[in-house]
Design a protein around this ligand. Structure first.
Ligand code: PLP
Length: 443
């Protein structure tokens, strides 16, 4: 089938509920950092398929492992029959997550079902009914995960009423107005307003957050925030939970975003890149948070042998190919190159990130910081036309999200930045077909 026929079939048969489209592409193949469409065009991919292909696409080691595993044991439901791949993966996850206390692992298939695990089990385990999460956070689309989320993508749904949402400390758009003391301001708001009114701390089971808020706009909190939040949680006996579904597994230049600060969470949520391209998610947490009754959060294919063996090999590849170091070093280089681009293009308001989780926020003008949503969509569309794939995120739809495979090289970063440069120039010189852009303006 030709690409246009596939796109028509997609429009006719596939539910819009599962779509966010930025340009008219279908994918025939992908290898490493490159994606090939049905017409044979090759693209450099800065999305990694929403931060899934951390080790690059089509890694031969995973392909070999999967073939052998499928022939030996294609499936067993680990709900009833535990099997060695799942157990080896659990052991590895317990090793790479911090915490010198008894921990256990729960397995699922998506970031959403893993965050549902948090929404269901943590209040039960702690015998406290309330949770706190952050405005702008994206924890998933199942009912529990959407209840924890504070992103406009979930705002059409009224989730569970036990979650209080507080502002995220966004240094570029401080929620309480311009300030040098964002962390202390936010945490005194929690202590003096939230705890004393709608969410008493003695009935608050946990605070859940993304160490870098990704779909909320790649927002990096101030350096003192995570340690101060951890102290607040300890003071009030509130569990601290990190959703590392998008930025975990090495993307920020450490295994997990909170590792940059020596923070030790009570629970860590993993997904997306964990399975090396196969669906896999996990929660690693204090034993008492996960041993809550029998069969209280289970799925038939959780921890299945194929996903588990792919995830294990994925972790070995990250370690042996030194991808965490590459993320740290080349992420820094990428941000430096984008900072240079910012000198040239007025619409780039802010470049930020950690490792290879990078955001580029576009504004109409730097003084008023008016979000430039349509321009952001146009840059994504034009980059696609020029051979570069990237998506945008943000509660105001104005942040270019750069989450390439962690294997990306400096030469590829130079290529990406030169295409972005061209796209900004084309936008300024009205060379982008805005009618087409509007057809695909994602979310
Ligand atoms: C931080 C975070 N948590 C959870 C999810 C949900 O994951 P999934 O789409 O695999 O259910 C996402 C998805 O974007 C995410 O970014």
């Amino acid at each position: 089938m030709r690409q246009d026929q596939l796109l028509t079939a997609d429009e006719q048969m596939i539910s819009t509920a599962m779509k966010i489209r930025f340009f008219p592409i279908t994918v025939a193949a992908a290898k490493g950092t490159r994606v090939t469409d049905e017409q044979g065009h090759v693209f450099l991919d800065l999305s990694a398929g929403w931060a899934v292909a951390n080790i690059g696409y089509g890694h031969p080691r995973i392909a070999r492992k999967l073939q052998v595993q499928y022939e030996q044991l294609s499936f067993t439901s680990q709900l009833t029959v535990p099997e060695k791949n799942m157990l080896a993966l659990a052991k590895k996850l317990l090793e790479i997550t911090p915490g010198a206390f008894d921990k256990k692992v729960w397995f699922g298939h998506s970031g959403s079902d893993a965050n549902d695990c948090i929404a269901k089990l943590i209040p039960l385990a702690r015998k406290k009914s309330r949770m706190i999460s952050f405005m702008g956070s994206y924890h998933g689309q199942t009912m529990g995960a959407l209840s924890l989320s504070g992103h406009p993508a979930q705002a059409k749904f009224i989730g569970s009423g036990n979650v209080t949402k507080i502002p995220y400390p966004n240094p570029y758009r401080p929620p309480f107005g311009e300030t040098q003391a964002l962390t202390s301001q936010l945490l005194s708001y929690v202590e003096n307003e939230v705890f004393t009114t709608v969410c008493p701390p003695d009935d608050t089971a946990a605070i859940i957050l993304e160490g870098i808020q990704s779909d909320g706009g790649v927002i990096v909190p101030p350096d003192d925030f995570l340690p101060a939040l951890e102290k607040l949680c300890r003071r009030y006996d509130i569990a601290l939970i990190f959703d590392e579904v998008k930025v975990g597994m090495g993307r920020t230049g450490r295994w997990f975003s909170f590792d940059h600060f020596g923070v030790v969470p009570d629970a860590v949520v993993l997904g997306k890149s964990l399975g090396g391209g196969l669906p896999a998610s996990a929660v690693v947490a204090r034993q008492e948070l996960l041993d809550v009754g029998i069969g209280t959060h289970l799925y038939t294919a959780s921890g299945n042998p194929l996903s588990a063996c792919a995830a294990l090999e994925n972790i070995a590849i990250i370690e042996q190919e030194r991808l965490i170091e590459n993320a740290r070093e080349n992420g820094k280089y990428f941000r430096e190159m984008l900072d240079q681009l910012k000198e040239k293009h007025e619409w780039i308001g802010d470049v930020r990130g950690r490792g290879l989780a990078v955001g580029d926020e576009l504004v109409e003008d730097r003084e008023h910081k008016t979000p430039a949503a349509e321009k952001t969509a146009a840059i994504c569309y034009r980059c696609y036309e020029l051979g570069l794939l990237l998506f945008y995120v943000g509660t105001r739809s104005n942040v270019l999200e750069i989450t390439p495979p962690l294997t990306i090289s400096k030469e590829e970063i130079d290529l990406a930045v030169s295409i972005l440069d061209q796209a900004f120039t084309d936008l300024r010189e009205n060379r982008i077909d805005m009618e087409k852009v509007r057809q695909y303006a994602g979310w």
